[in-house]
Design a protein around this ligand. Sequence first.
Ligand code: THU
Length: 163
Amino acid sequence: MEKKEIRLWYSEYPAMTDLVPEQQEVVRAAEEASKMAYAPYSGFYVGAAVKLENGTIIKGNNQENAAYPSGICAERVAMWSAMANNSGTRIKCIAIVSVAKKTGDIIPVTPCGSCRQALLEYEILQEKPIQVIMYAKKRRVIVFDSIANLLPMQFDGDVLKGS
Ligand code: THU
């Protein structure tokens, strides 16, 4: 038996203003989207914005339901909307933001496991990494250069081909 190690790489920026203007634009779109989230049960308002290579930005936010499991996260709303309306343009990046409704404060949020898996599907499909931009504690900004980096030991549909 051998113990193995998985290392993950990401970039941390002191503030949103340290990102390049294009990244800031996507973060701002995610912030805007969070304001329209439908989250009456959790009170946790999440916004996501997907930017395509052709410059289009598609927003999404969490949509909850009285039957709790029927709700869905912001990342999947944004990504599925992007894919449902996309004519083949590749996805460049996704930004995820949670804003406290009362104070307007930024709350750190990272994609849940289901979203990571759902997002990974499209990264594999387009054969090009999708950058993930999100806030960490103290408004630091974290950038992962690919979804795969956020999901080590991921389930890849390739294995289904061999079954
Ligand atoms: N949520 C998201 O939309 N994205 C995340 O990355 C984490 C969680 C939503 C789901 C649910 O509506 C609420 O936040 C509380 O879990």
